[in-house]
Design a protein. Structure first.
Length: 400
C-alpha cells in the first residue's frame, strides 16, 4: 500500500496581494498525475486546506474542482482541518464526500473512534488517526484569572494527554494494523518560516517529539511549511507546503512524502521533490547594483518570478528616494515582477524619514508585528510581555 502525505495547501493564498492560485493549479495537476502513475492508494492532507476560515468563491471553486478530479482516481482521500481552516466550512459537505470515499475531519470530534479511519489493500492493513488542529477547548478547561505561564503548561499537558489517549485507542482497537497519525501542530525543534500563523499562543506551547511515544509507525504533520524530519527514529515528518508561501521559503525544495506499507509495517518513506513552477528571488545591494541585477535576470520558469527588492544606501536623500520610486514603478523584465520593495539608509536625515516613508505596505506586516511596533512607539508602557501575550490570545480566538 502506498500513502501520500501532503499538507498546507492554503488555497486562496496571496503573497503580498499576488494571487498564487496558478501555482496551486500546477501543483494539483502534477499531484493527480503522480497519484495515477505511481498507483497511490491513500492521500493524506494534514490541515490548512484553505488560507482563510471564510474562503473566497474562487478558493471554493479551486478546491471542489480538485476533489472532482480526485474522485475519478482509485485513491482513498483523508483531509483534516488546520489552524487556518474553519471546521464548519470543511465539514459542511463531509457526508456527501464520504459517498466518494473522501473522509473529512474538520475539527476534533467528541468520540475519538470517529477520527480513526481503517484502510485495507490486499494483505496490508492501515489505520489512520486523522487528528485535526486541536483548539484550546479540545484539550483543556480555561479558568478565569489564570496566568499566562499556567495556560501554556496546561496546553502542553492537554496535548500530551490527548495524543496519549489516541495511542491508547489504537493499542486497544487496531494493534494488528500499521498506524499512521495525522496532526496539525508545532513540534519543538522544527524550523519555521515567515508564513505560518502562530498557533496555541505564539508556538510557545509546542510539544516534544517524544510525546508520540514511538507508537505511530509514521506521523504525518502539517503547519510548518519547511519540509523536515523532526525525529527520524520515530518517523515524524513535516512534508511542508507544496509551493513557497513567503520569501523566507524561496530556497526550500518542496516535496511530498510517500509511505510504503507492507504486511502491516511501514517499510519505506520516500521524499519526492515537487517541480518548481515559480521562483521567488531577493535582489539586495545599492540602487545601481540592484538595477543591474534585475536587468541581467533571465531565469525562466512556467510562472513569472516574483521579486523582493532591498536597496541599501549610505546617506539619505530625497533624490535617491525619488529615483528608487521611479525605478520600482518603471522596472521592466519579462521574467519577473516586483511585489515587495524596501529602501534603507545607514545615515538618516533627522525628520526626513517621517516625511518620506518608503517601502512598507500594511500587507507586509502581521497583526502581531504591528502591535509590537505600536508598543515600541509609545514607549514606557509597563508589562509589555503580558500585553503581547494577551494580544496573541485575541488573534488566536479570532483565528487571525
Amino acid at each position: 500500500m502506498k500513502i501520500l502525505h501532503t499538507s498546507d495547501w492554503h488555497i486562496g493564498k496571496q503573497l503580498l496581494k499576488y494571487d498564487l492560485s496558478e501555482d496551486l493549479s500546477l501543483f494539483f495537476d502534477w499531484l493527480i498525475n503522480y497519484i495515477k502513475s505511481q498507483n497511490i492508494d491513500v492521500l493524506l492532507v494534514s490541515g490548512d486546506i484553505f488560507d482563510q476560515a471564510n474562503p473566497s468563491q474562487a478558493a471554493y471553486k479551486q478546491y471542489y474542482d480538485l476533489l472532482k478530479k480526485l474522485i475519478n482516481l482509485d485513491c482513498k482521500i483523508i483531509l483534516t482541518g488546520g489552524n487556518h481552516d474553519s471546521a464548519a466550512v470543511l465539514n459542511a459537505p463531509a457526508q456527501l464526500l464520504k459517498t466518494f470515499d473522501i473522509s473529512v475531519i474538520g475539527g476534533a470530534t467528541n468520540n475519538l473512534s470517529e477520527m480513526f479511519i481503517p484502510v485495507k489493500k490486499g494483505n496490508s492493513q492501515v489505520v489512520v488517526a486523522a487528528i485535526p488542529f486541536l483548539k484550546d477547548r479540545d484539550i483543556r478547561k480555561s479558568v478565569a484569572g489564570e496566568t499566562y505561564a499556567t495556560k501554556i503548561e496546561q496546553i502542553k499537558s492537554g496535548l500530551r494527554t490527548y495524543f496519549a489517549n489516541v495511542n491508547t485507542h489504537y493499542n486497544k482497537n487496531y494493534a494488528n494494523r500499521a498506524f499512521i497519525l495525522m496532526g496539525h501542530l508545532y513540534v519543538q525543534g522544527s524550523e519555521i518560516s515567515e508564513s505560518e500563523r502562530d498557533i496555541q499562543i505564539g508556538n510557545q506551547a509546542g510539544v516534544e517529539a517524544t510525546m508520540f511515544n514511538r507508537v505511530p509507525h509514521y506521523v504525518a504533520l502539517g503547519h510548518i511549511h519547511k519540509p523536515q524530519v523532526v525525529s527520524a527514529e520515530q518517523n515524524i515528518h513535516y512534508c511542508g507546503s507544496p509551493i513557497p508561501l513567503s520569501f523566507s521559503e524561496k530556497e526550500d525544495c518542496k516535496q511530498i512524502n510517500v509511505i510504503t506499507v507492507e504486511d502491516n509495517t511501514v517499510t519505506n518513506v520516500e521524499i519526492v521533490p515537487i517541480p518548481k513552477f515559480r521562483n521567488l528571488i531577493t535582489f539586495e545591494g545599492n540602487l545601481e547594483k540592484v538595477k543591474e541585477q534585475i536587468a541581467n535576470y533571465s531565469e525562466n520558469t512556467k510562472l513569472t518570478s516574483l521579486a523582493e527588492i532591498i536597496v541599501n544606501e549610505e546617506d539619505e536623500s530625497l533624490y535617491l528616494r525619488q529615483e528608487f520610486e521611479e525605478f520600482i514603478n518603471a522596472a521592466t523584465n519579462p521574467n519577473l515582477q516586483i511585489v515587495k520593495s524596501r529602501l534603507n539608509f545607514n545615515n538618516k536625515i533627522r525628520g526626513a524619514s517621517d516625511a518620506f516613508k518608503t517601502g512598507t505596505d500594511v500587507a507586509d506586516v502581521t497583526p502581531m508585528q504591528m502591535f509590537e511596533k505600536k508598543l515600541e512607539l509609545h514607549g514606557g508602557i509597563e508589562n509589555t510581555e503580558e500585553l503581547k501575550n494577551a494580544f496573541r490570545e485575541i488573534l488566536e480566538a479570532l483565528n487571525l
